[in-house]
Design a protein around this ligand. Structure first.
Ligand SMILES: [Zn+2]
Length: 797
């Protein structure tokens, strides 16, 4: 939701508010983008997972009617609303509870009024605007860190560095704040609790049991982690003692605010809020579906379609355009498991965790080309044939100009055959080196044999400017998207990755993608990349703005370029200017264009054993400097920011006819079944999605029945993947329209079904969940109070 919509919602709400103290949840918040460095989501105080079992004693609330607030409660609510910016999490929880109650009271009163009035008064409200730019706003505060520690010489993995790192890109040593940030960490108790839930999606439970239940390493490490997170005591402890006296302090920022989708859905007569119970929602939308005009928007029925955000307005200076990359060096396992590491990652658009593999004693050799060939020589590899480009540039061989468009041809091969190519490419390069050395052309910088020799790059610039005979650009093959999801084929490899800290693991309870309940190849499973120098991954944001984890196996380096998510709209505009579609096209930004457009770019080398954390929405592009393999997958931290960015992209994808690989509707319903949410913002966002889908399902059923089509209950099979429309590729949740096409049963969304057959003739309508089940899940999904909240509630009372 945009800041504009935010404001409009606020004004709408205050228009309808009958009491002066009734303010919307977020009126005081500014929906500003988290600039680098990001303020920590929720200020570190909002816990997504409860870490202890809580007695849910209700606050003493003497009342005559379930909706009625006592005078004391009204006063307290009033006090909280006035001090909305300075509330502790406990007070915020309390405020939300009171507000919820107050809304119920108001709704009750409103319903009474409605009953009295035959025609409800029309409210001439403007529909909320949405332009998808929630997280734009404040310009980045790109202050260079005060303490830059030079790369450690003791780092075994350090290689002679090609001349590609900006001088400012140095590792910084990360101090450990005393803030307890175990938000996403799941205690043993919690897991037991979590796994004991009977109605948990079966696949998920099985997965988790497989990964957690039988593996005592995890449990131990979780404990270790909680041990190391004693609040207040460890403020002075640092992950690594910096060689200098000064310590970089990570500024504590005001809690980062997310717009709430807890908006009111404005219709001329009906106002939907997430405070309503399912019954009320279904009652209010009765009759609305008959015409079949059913919006599939998760934001609003009447909002204009989402659009890319304008970039932050502030002009950046030269230094700010080349910000130092947030990096942390890990010395040992304890560092890797400290909650501060996750906190650090979540705070920045992108982060490099150096020395992770050696700190965890990860056996990277399991992912070396040699081992891969031994394990599964015939396994499929997707190949991208690309033009060998000089370092960070992208030339069009035809025009001899720098361009954005990336050319690559797709084909397939096997691991064994790609391995042969990779090895021969390396040998060839060594031979060239030797030949040139004997002819006296060698330079002393090119001894780093696993990385691309520096002067090779020089003689490559630009392809067309070379002498005759070089007109044919040199091509290279990039082995990409190698699927390592098969647990039988890749057992040793996948087991090794269980050594990672929970927030970076492929499967964990704190990862939204583990709650999808089925495989999303390359997202909640591991993919491998096999590279020769120059192999390029063009610019992109991850699917549905999820975070990603990437580990370089080596032996060579990779070079990364990254832009904070607040600037994605600006990059999207540059793509369009270059006649390339941002989502569907393949592009490599011309760096000068970015600087001229006031877009900051992180640039750094990822050495073997380094983990790169790509935060939600960060735009990035990568090239191999040397010969190397990488492994990567996505994660979805259970934060309001991650969820909201995912939903926003889900909506924009619909508009761009780009498939959302993450089925956000299915995922949201699973999350509401599987997790207890105590972060009010995350709760509001998920609940809003449930509210809108519940309403949409009810309206679709109404339309189908109105057309006289029978709805057959189908249920959901074990491991059954989410459904997508065979025509338009949007996710189809719960109600499927099936038609046989070329002897195959194809799922359609209602819109596409109606386009083919206005009265749905020839379609079978299947239902996956009973409405009663959905309404029960909806009503049971409530904001989970935090431990401290209970204590403070009593203190306050
Ligand atoms: Zn469709």
């Amino acid at each position: 939701m945009s800041s504009r919509q935010q404001q409009q919602n606020s004004s709408q709400q205050s228009k309808t508010a009958t009491q002066s103290y009734q303010k919307p949840y977020n009126q005081a918040s500014t929906p500003q983008g988290p600039p680098p460095p990001y303020p920590s989501p929720g200020g570190g105080s909002v816990k997504q997972f409860k870490t202890e079992v809580v007695e849910q004693k209700p606050a003493p609330q003497p009342q005559t009617h379930p909706f009625t607030l006592t005078q004391q409660q009204l006063q307290m609510l009033n006090y909280f609303q006035q001090n909305i910016n300075n509330l502790t999490p406990a007070q915020e929880n309390m405020r939300l509870q009171l507000q919820h109650q107050h809304r119920l009271m108001q709704q009750h009163q409103q319903q009474l009024r409605h009953q009295r009035q035959a025609q409800p008064p029309r409210q001439g409200s403007t529909p909320p605007a949405y332009n998808g730019n929630n997280f734009q706003g404040d310009p980045p505060t790109l202050n260079p860190p005060k303490n830059l520690s030079p790369p450690s010489n003791g780092d075994k993995l350090v290689q002679p560095t090609p001349n590609v790192i900006p001088s400012c890109a140095r590792d910084i040593t990360m101090p450990v704040s005393g803030q307890n940030s175990a938000d996403m960490d799941v205690s043993e108790e919690e897991l037991k609790d979590f796994l004991s839930q009977k109605d948990l999606a079966t696949t998920l439970a099985e997965n988790l049991l497989k990964h957690f239940g039988s593996d005592d390493i995890d449990i131990k490490e979780e404990q270790e982690q909680s041990d190391s997170s004693k609040p207040e005591m460890d403020t002075k402890r640092r992950i690594k003692s910096p060689p200098h006296d000064s310590i970089l302090t990570i500024k504590s920022e005001p809690p980062w605010e997310v717009d709430s989708l807890h908006s009111v859905e404005k219709r001329p007569e009906i106002e939907y809020t997430i405070d309503m119970d399912a019954k009320t929602i279904l009652r209010l939308c009765k009759g609305e579906g008959i015409k079949g005009e059913i919006s599939n928007s998760l934001i609003s029925d009447r909002a204009p379609p989402p659009s890319p955000p304008d970039p932050p307005a502030i002009k950046l200076n030269h230094q700010q355009l080349l910000p130092p990359t947030p990096s942390v060096y890990l010395d040992n396992k304890k560092h890797a498991f400290s909650p501060q590491l996750q906190e650090f990652c979540l705070k920045h658009p992108i982060a490099v965790v150096r020395g992770l593999a050696s700190a965890l004693k990860l056996d990277l050799g399991l992912f070396s080309t040699k081992t891969l060939v031994e394990a599964n020589p015939d396994h499929s590899v997707e190949v991208r044939t690309q033009i060998q480009q000089p370092s960070d540039e992208n030339w069009d061989p035809q025009s001899g100009k720098k361009v954005w468009a990336c050319i690559s041809h797709r084909s397939h091969t096997t691991i064994a055959r790609y391995a042969q190519y990779q090895a021969s490419s390396f040998k060839e390069s060594l031979k060239e080196e030797r030949d040139k050395a004997t002819s006296g052309l060698s330079d002393s910088d090119s001894k780093d044999s696993v990385n691309f020799p520096k002067r090779r790059r020089l003689c490559n610039i630009p392809p067309l400017a070379n002498t005759k005979g070089c007109n044919q650009p040199k091509m290279l093959k990039f082995g990409t998207n190698v699927d390592l999801s098969d647990e039988k084929k890749w057992k040793a490899q996948l087991q090794e990755l269980m050594k990672l800290p929970a927030f970076a693991r492929v499967v964990s309870a704190g990862n939204m993608l583990s709650h999808v309940g089925h495989v999303i190849l390359g997202m909640n499973t591991v993919q491998l990349y096999m590279k020769v120098p120059g192999s390029r991954t063009p610019g992109h944001q991850e699917n549905n703005n999820f975070c990603s984890i990437n580990i370089n196996i080596g032996p060579g380096d990779c070079e990364w370029f990254a832009v904070p998510d607040a600037y994605w709209g600006a990059i999207c505009a540059l793509c369009e200017k270059n006649q390339i579609n941002y989502l569907h096209g393949s592009w490599w930004p011309v760096l000068e264009d970015l600087y001229n457009a006031n877009i900051p770019v992180y640039r750094f080398l990822q050495r073997p054993g380094d983990l790169v954390w790509v935060n939600a929405g960060c735009v990035h592009w990568v090239q191999a400097v040397g010969w190397c393999n990488n492994i990567a997958w996505n994660v979805g931290p259970l934060t309001a920011r991650q969820y909201q960015l995912a939903i926003e992209r889900y909506e924009w994808n619909k508009l761009q006819s780009f498939k959302s690989i993450v089925p956000m509707l299915h995922l949201s319903w699973n999350l509401s079944r599987n997790i207890k949410v105590s972060d009010p913002k995350l709760f509001q966002l998920i609940k809003n999605c449930l509210m809108r889908t519940l309403r949409q399902c009810s309206m679709i059923l109404e339309f189908v029945k109105h057309k006289g089509v029978e709805v057959k209950f189908h249920g959901r099979g074990k491991n059954e993947a989410s459904h997508y429309c065979g025509q338009c590729e949007i996710e189809v949740f719960n109600i499927l329209f099936i038609r046989e096409q070329e002897k195959r049963h194809v799922v359609h969304c209602m819109d596409c079904a109606r386009k083919q057959s206005p009265n749905l003739e020839g379609f079978v309508c299947l239902e996956e969940y009973k409405m009663e089940e959905l309404t029960e899940v909806y009503d049971n999904f409530t904001l989970y109070p935090t431990v401290s909240a209970t204590a403070e509630q009593y203190r306050l009372m």
